[in-house]
Design a protein around this ligand. Structure first.
Ligand code: F3S
Length: 245
């Protein structure tokens, strides 16, 4: 419903959970959203003007830090990037699925960060680094363009049904990061990295459900990265077999 001054009356149906309180519930809040308002703007409106106890995470407000990932109208999105006018009058806002809720829209992402740390998410150079710099051709660098865009918001891993059933599965975000280093010509730990993912909790656990692709706010394709890792792991195993024969 349009209001004077171009404001749009929006109902935010927000998941509320307060530790120690009597259970979780949805609560409705009416806000006047100006043109161009994002879900994050409206959450701030609720917090500043209606209910100061509402808890949610955010930082950069520019779709860079990834901290405001949440489920909005049944899809994982960044609240700071999602325009209210694209959502209809009733907007359902919930915490990311698959992680324990700490309070309201804030989740404990401990599982996500444990998985991330386990794959050694840093460049491992050889024992003798070049005197000046590692040289890469523009084409070699281009392979990293997409995986390097990941902002670690957790939207992809939260949307993956396999993750919901078994937290030992590394999940799309960690696997994408493994591919980011396997594809990097400066990294020398490919064998070690393939050992981390060539197993039942790595690339072979992915059922190619593609929800991770749909939920990425940066339009990255983790499934393609998982497929590339599978091909690389198979090629490495076959060449090992030939070497031993
Ligand atoms: Fe999950 Fe994405 Fe694979 S949703 S099953 S990681 S394709």
């Amino acid at each position: 419903m349009s209001r004077p001054g171009g404001l749009v009356l929006t109902i935010l149906r927000i998941f509320r959970f307060i530790p120690g309180d009597d259970g979780a519930r949805f609560m409705d809040y009416e806000v006047d959203a100006p043109k161009g308002a994002t879900v994050l703007d409206c959450l701030f409106r609720v917090k500043h003007e209606i209910d100061g106890t509402l808890a949610f995470r955010c930082s950069c407000r520019s779709a860079i830090c990834g901290s405001c990932a949440m489920t909005i109208n049944d899809a994982n999105r960044l609240a700071c990037k999602t325009q209210i006018e694209d959502l209809g009058r009733l907007v359902r806002v919930e915490p990311l699925v698959g992680y324990p809720v700490v309070k309201d829209l804030v989740v404990d992402m401990g599982i996500f960060w444990r998985q991330y740390r386990s794959i050694k998410p840093y460049l491992i150079g050889g024992p003798s680094p070049p005197k000046k710099e590692w040289v890469q051709s523009p084409n070699q660098r281009r392979t990293l363009d997409e995986p390097a865009q990941c902002i670690m918001c957790g939207a992809c891993s939260s949307s993956c049904p396999v993750m919901w059933t078994d937290e030992r599965y590394l999940g799309p975000a960690a696997l994408l990061k493994v591919w980011r280093f396997v594809a990097d010509t400066r990294d020398t730990a490919t064998r070690d990295r393939l050992g981390m993912i060539n197993n039942e909790f790595g690339v072979w656990r992915c059922h190619t459900i593609f929800r991770c692709v749909d939920s990425c706010p940066k339009y990255i394709n983790p499934t393609e990265a998982i497929e590339s890792l599978r091909r690389t792991a198979i090629r490495a195993s076959v060449s090992d077999l030939f070497r031993r024969a």
